[in-house]
Write a protein that binds this ligand. Sequence first.
Ligand code: SF4
Length: 93
Amino acid sequence: MATERWEYGWQWRAACRGEDSSAFFPPSHPEDREEKRERERRAKAMCAICAVRADCLEYALRTREPYGVWGGLSELERRAVLRGRADEAGPAA
Ligand code: SF4
């Protein structure tokens, strides 16, 4: 569908495309704080040079991606952005 191609076309230009995704998502085993910090540092280094970072981040925010590093932000950082946006929008009418 044309709309989908436009909406997700940015993914073709992702720096992480075809790369090992293990830095972007938590492992299946329990991860300690230092391991998580190092994993996310590696993911964010790739995001920092990615041409479609803004598109990726907006996609993750819009779809409420619950896990992983998207657009240079971890799940906790994205939740903070969403809370900030909700605060800016004020109470629902
Ligand atoms: S911003 Fe990061 S997670 Fe998103 S497409 Fe680029 S490299 Fe991948």
